[in-house]
Design a binder for this molecule. Structure first.
Ligand code: PLP
Length: 453
């Protein structure tokens, strides 16, 4: 056994296919429904939004889907990503547990999101699409798609949630550096945006509203399609390159994980690290415990209902069965912007229902405390979203300490926090609070779920 700090793969060892968990699920994920007819949708229904290859991937039951050569070439700008053993964090905690983390902050955008932005841009360009619209909250997805778009000569239009647009000018500057156009949402450029602004001119925006605006523009023009950075099956599949690399890296370390931890916003970085391991378990191998960590202020897996719901506020998307807080739910303004979404990926929701994963929720102040402890031990300043995974991993390591166990814990450090330093400043100034959502608003949002028999 090699007891190292860093486990690096060669470029030639980078996985050449993504893993599709749909191949190994004995109970298939419930179908996506047309919002009008409530019947399962077919490929033609999605054609205005996505290129054909992406639609096929969305419903594929092939176990392995080959990563196109040009996508592999771009991946190699930062992949394979390193896996670290957190020796110094282990010491700081006084735990017998071995803690490993996969670091996705080495990508150009500083998070896992380019893993799907690059193939999405590639497939669109290959099918003749000229322009992609999308939404972004904190800006990580918009940045990633802007980067991928310029590689494949696509025009990128990003609707950024108004509060983030105002509060995070550097993210916008990065998107513009990559050549994208970025608009605050709600905007005056769509019918839905104008409707929202008419009701409330100072609306702070939300991911659900920005999705509605991006979708509206995509369906209007033949040369324009839409790209989503999380939630959908193909997005989670593209992210499995993370877990597939981790499997090889843990072999180098000669260990198998007892616990895998990831943070969940829409579920993509979590699915990315967890699904290849769940797949091994479903095919008869060892099944680790898998823990999803979500923010207590937007707790779709732990407090949401497993039901059919819209992906957006304007009700333009198809209906998917997922853990949801209701499409009209607006979470309080906590700092992990990437985790402020009302729903959860249908595939993550499905494996939760099958009891293949667990879920816990933590508040933002305790997550920042975990992130600061991690930064001081390991040197990397994590994204506020990633702090949730760190908090989850630390809790597991402290449990091992209490129980005198030396388990192996692996978590996904999905991004760095270099554009989130305002939130760290607030944490150090004691200005961060644990805002809870309004129970009455949640009840109202859940009572408004579409009725599907
Ligand atoms: C977008 C983002 C998330 C949340 O999205 P998932 O699909 O749940 O992964 C988490 N962490 C970072 C760093 C992000 O950029």
């Amino acid at each position: 056994m090699q007891d190292k700090t860093k486990y690096l793969l060669d470029e030639s060892e980078m996985p050449k296919a993504w893993y599709n968990i749909q191949a190994d699920l004995k109970v298939p994920v419930p179908p996506v429904l047309h919002p009008g007819t409530l019947k399962p949708i077919g490929p033609d229904d999605l054609a205005p939004l996505f290129p054909r290859e992406i639609i096929l991937q969305e419903v594929s039951t092939e176990r392995e889907i080959e990563i196109p050569g040009p996508v592999q070439e771009i991946y190699k700008l930062w992949r394979p990503a390193p896996l670290y053993r957190a020796h110094r964090l282990e010491k700081a905690l006084g735990t017998l547990a071995k803690i490993f983390y996969k670091y996705e902050g080495v990508s150009p955008a500083g998070s896992h999101k380019p893993n799907t932005a690059v193939p999405q841009a590639f497939y669109n360009a290959a099918e003749g699409v000229k322009r992609l619209t999308t939404e972004t909250g904190a800006g990580q997805w918009g940045t990633s798609l802007s980067f991928a778009g310029q590689i494949f000569n696509l025009e990128i239009l990003v609707f950024q949630v108004r509060v983030s647009y105002d509060q995070k000018p550097y993210r916008r500057a990065v998107m513009e550096t990559y050549g994208a156009r970025c608009l605050p949402s709600p905007s005056n450029e769509t019918e839905y945006g104008r409707k929202v602004l008419a009701e409330r001119p100072d609306h702070p925006g939300s991911l659900g509203i920005a999705i509605s605006e991006a979708v509206e523009l995509a369906v209007q023009r033949d040369d324009t399609k839409y790209a989503l950075g999380s939630v959908l099956n193909h997005v989670l599949m593209h992210q499995t390159i993370v877990g597939l690399e981790v499997i090889k890296q843990l072999e180098m370390a000669d260990v198998y994980p007892d616990v895998i931890v990831g943070c969940t916003g829409g579920g993509s970085n979590f699915g990315g690290i967890a699904f290849p391991f769940i797949g091994q378990g479903l095919r008869g191998g060892k099944m680790p415990r898998i823990v999803a960590v979500e923010p207590a202020a937007c707790p779709s897996l732990t407090r949401g209902k497993y039901a059919y719901d819209f992906g957006d506020t304007g009700h333009m998307t198809p209906l998917t069965k997922m853990h949801t807080l209701g499409s009209s739910f607006t979470p309080p303004g906590f700092h992990a912007g990437g985790l402020r979404y009302h729903g959860m990926a249908p595939l993550v929701s499905h494996v939760k229902e099958l009891n293949l994963i667990e879920a816990v929720a933590y508040n933002q102040v305790e997550c920042f405390a975990a992130g600061v402890l991690f930064a001081r031990a390991e040197g990397i300043v994590p994204a506020p979203e990633a702090n949730h995974a760190i908090k989850g991993a630390i809790e597991e390591a402290l449990r091992c300490k209490r129980e005198g166990r030396s388990e192996t814990i692996v978590f996904n450090l999905c991004g760095h926090g270099h554009f989130d330093m305002t939130s760290y400043q607030k944490y150090f100034a004691g200005e961060l609070t644990d805002e809870s959502y309004d129970e009455a608003e949640l009840a109202m949002a859940l009572s408004g779920l579409p009725s599907v028999s």
